[in-house]
Design a protein around this ligand. Structure first.
Ligand code: ATP
Ligand code: MG
Length: 392
């Protein structure tokens, strides 16, 4: 049977006058993200987007999967397209939804008739289709309050559409509707999740990674690029900045007290990230994967010292989450397995034995002022490599 995929919006349906801007943004995203899956057609009507895979034998599974990763869509309904004839609907609907109906105990039929020229009204459609389903699956019982499966029949201008249980979409609001943010992306579990969460709230994500060759290897860098690649499914293309950080780390180690090493390194990462943003223009915020209290550099005292080095707002979407909650999201978005590969990060290579958990800004600033990092900051910015990681 020919199939079409209905995508229902969430919050953006409530956006009033801005709704069409949001819709256009989402249509643009859909066009870009579905392109690798083949040809298709999009139409919109009544807070629903209709995505029709075209061609000989379209890979509807792949289209559906890609759509469930696009922010702004809350429900994805894979539907059978049936000729607008009640007999045909009664014959084909139970077959199309056979798998779901076999496993259910209760069901109900919902009919919606937007083509008022169709000769049966909604209650009649429900009765007829419900009857046909009961005949084909005698174990089922009708339950209008809490059915296991709702069989939706939509009679539209073009055809009748039948769909059952919807698939959860990615939720959120369309990428591009909230501004642009620079994600500090390490190879760990938390920062890819942080990028995903900001994109879910509409931010365009670009990423900066600090590497410390030869202490960090090519494999470590490839791992980070792979992580960025994995979140493009949700975020779209990611502009990727890779900063050579070895020299700065060596200078910190040679010139600053060991217990403040991490916090000074963090401040210099922020400084470089901001210079890259300023150079590019139109980037509004920094994003990190920090979670309050997770390690010494993530206490509130440490964050105060980090933020004092920032001219831009720093968003930390994981700040109030437990590790287990972050891991759960990492698993859901498919980054966890890559994040736990055991390659070194520039932070772990130079970790002090006893980092200070309660640094004061005054002592950190004093320690940092003891050496002129400026020429090294400038050099790191100049030598940064920029690539674009494309949606695959
Ligand atoms: P993650 O799992 O994201 O690596 P983490 O728990 O290992 O986090 P830290 O290593 O303290 O925590 O890093 C805190 C945050 O600093 C990271 O979430 C990331 O945003 C940023 N960060 C750390 N190392 C790097 C790096 N090499 N390049 C870019 N950003 C980094
Ligand atoms: Mg890390």
């Amino acid at each position: 049977m020919k199939e079409i995929i209905l995508c229902k919006y969430g919050e953006i349906a409530l956006k009033g006058l801005n709704k069409s801007t949001f819709e256009s943004m989402m249509v643009k995203t859909i066009k870009r993200r579905l392109r690798p899956a083949g040809e298709f057609k999009i139409t919109r009507s009544q807070s629903t987007l209709y995505v029709e895979p075209l061609g000989e034998e379209p890979d509807v599974d792949q289209f559906t999967d890609r759509l469930t990763k696009i922010f702004g869509i809350v429900k994805v309904c894979r539907s059978g397209v049936i000729e607008k004839d009640l007999g045909e609907i009664c014959r084909q609907a139970p077959e199309y939804l056979a798998e779901q109906l076999e496993q259910a105990r209760t069901f109900k039929v919902n009919a919606k008739r937007s083509d008022k020229g169709f000769p049966y009204k909604s209650p009649e459609i429900c009765t007829e289709v419900g009857g046909a389903i009961l005949e084909r699956f005698p174990h089922l019982v009708v339950d209008v309050h809490e059915p296991d499966v709702i069989v939706n029949v939509e009679i539209r201008e073009t055809a009748a559409y039948v769909h059952g249980r919807p698939i959860d979409g990615a939720g959120g609001i369309p990428v591009g509707s909230s501004g642009r943010a620079m994600l500090l992306l390490s190879g760990g579990i938390d920062s890819p999740v942080a990028g995903y969460m900001m994109a879910r709230r509409g931010a365009v994500i670009q990423a900066v990674h600090f590497e410390a060759p030869p202490y960090t290897s090519d494999r470590a860098r490839m791992k980070v690029e792979k992580l960025a690649g994995l979140i493009t499914k949700y975020c779209g293309d990611i502009k990727f900045y890779c900063v050579p950080f070895t020299e700065i780390q060596m200078k910190i180690r040679a010139n600053c007290p060991e217990e403040l090493f991490t916090i000074i390194m963090r401040r210099l990462m922020m400084e470089i990230a901001q210079r890259l943003c300023e150079k590019e223009g139109d980037v509004q915020a920094l994003v990190t994967g920090e979670s309050l209290g997770q390690v010494a550099s993530q206490t509130m005292y440490a964050m105060v010292c980090t933020d004092a080095a920032c001219r831009m707002p720093v968003f930390r979407p994981c700040v109030g989450m437990d590790k287990s909650e972050i891991v759960e999201i990492a698993r859901k978005i498919g980054t966890f397995e890559t994040s736990i590969l055991p390659y070194e990060d520039c932070c772990t290579v130079f970790t002090p034995k006893h980092p200070k958990t309660r640094p004061t800004l005054a002592e950190v600033e004093k320690a940092q002022a003891g050496f002129d990092f400026e020429p090294f900051i400038q050099k790191a910015v100049e030598d940064t490599e920029i690539t674009v990681i494309k949606v695959s």
